[in-house]
Design a protein around this ligand. Sequence first.
Ligand code: GLC
Length: 460
Amino acid sequence: MVEKENIVDGVHSHGRDEDWVKPTEPAVLEHLEWFRDQKLGLFMHWGLYSQMGMMESWGLSDEDKDWSYGCWDWDESKECQRQYRKLNRSFNPIRLQPRVWAETAKQCGFRYIILTTKHHDGFCLWDTKQTDYKVTDPSCPFSEHKYSDIIRNLFDAFREENLGIAAYFSKADWHTPHYWAPDRNVGGETSRGANYDPAAEPDRWQKFVDFTQAQMMELVEGYGPLDVLWLDAGWVNPREKEDIRLDLLAAKARSVTPGLLFADRTVGGLYENILTPEHAIPEHPMTSPWESCLVLDDGGWGHSFDHRYKSARTVVHLLIEIVAKGGNLALGVGPQPDGRLAPGAIRILSQMGAWLEKNGEAIYGTRNCAPHAAGKWFFTRKGDIRYAILPLAEGDASHGIFLIPAEPEGGSVHRITMLGHPAEIPFRRTEAGLILQVPVSGTLSVTLPETPFALAFQLE
Ligand code: GLC
């Protein structure tokens, strides 16, 4: 029961190499190498919940109330759930400017985006034909806006900036009557799974399978080409008797988009092409394709009114560690209910982008090498070239004598340069490792800028 083991306090935590099954199609394998090159994804949870600055969907499931922390008053939970359902009638992000989102993402160094097309609450950000619980239905004020088909407008804008596209899609849908049947459990407790036994009611379940497959195919055919279909709600899987026939869907979808990747998270098997450890970085490097799903705002995945942002330095350090361990960082940033990316978040992300602008060569398109780290240093490689990266804390010296305590695999180093610095860095080899003499960047007489987030060296 991989699924159960992987759930910590209700959220999926750790993907593992043992869960990964190597795909056989050459187009998929090739696309996975593309994925590994990207390194940095912008993970956006946007939906009805954003309006309230509260946790996405989970308050609708009574079973999950203990951990889906105070998003509302639990004595009034049934009333709150009713009110949540009606948030489609006020969702109106009229300040949305898809091109600005795309340009911002690009400038901050992101190479792909993951966007919620539908979270567990079932509200769809695209013009689906399978339900009217969607942004383009007249019941939603934003339906009159020129960008009302949010997914189309955003995906098109991201593609124009050459960013990869992952469509987050929740397999569970707490709105369709084919999953939470209204004639079942009336007024009773809700839980995350279907509220009937699919084996005992195959016809009902088949309707849900048809509904879900039709929605996924709409996205694949009408909103593609997608790079990744990112499937959440890991409890919807054949082992739990909630089989949505992903095998059939995948064959159809890949005939439209060859090499389409699936992230059927925590399920294992042929359609979990990418592992997605959540709120965690694996302790050791992993060999399978993976992305750590972390949040910029410790308040959660979606927009919150009381931001607790990580600093740009922290995010850059997380990125370095993840990349050195062979993974990608999918960084969660919740767009605002007014349609903008939060200015406070963008300020932080632009600082990250500035670091990447100068040092991205040591990050993008690299693979991990052995050792992946030594002392405070992290290593990456690209072909014969290796990179040694040293995260710096505020106030650390960024010039002077440094020791790289191990030489990463790939032959003995004969030349060292620092990214963003023109001259070769003098060094000597000792028993303790490579000793570098790092000059002050710029002229010696100027005052030093604030400590850079990290120094990156190219080793040849
Ligand atoms: C967890 C959360 C879910 C969120 C996802 C993103 O599974 O429960 O709401 O969408 O993480 O990784």
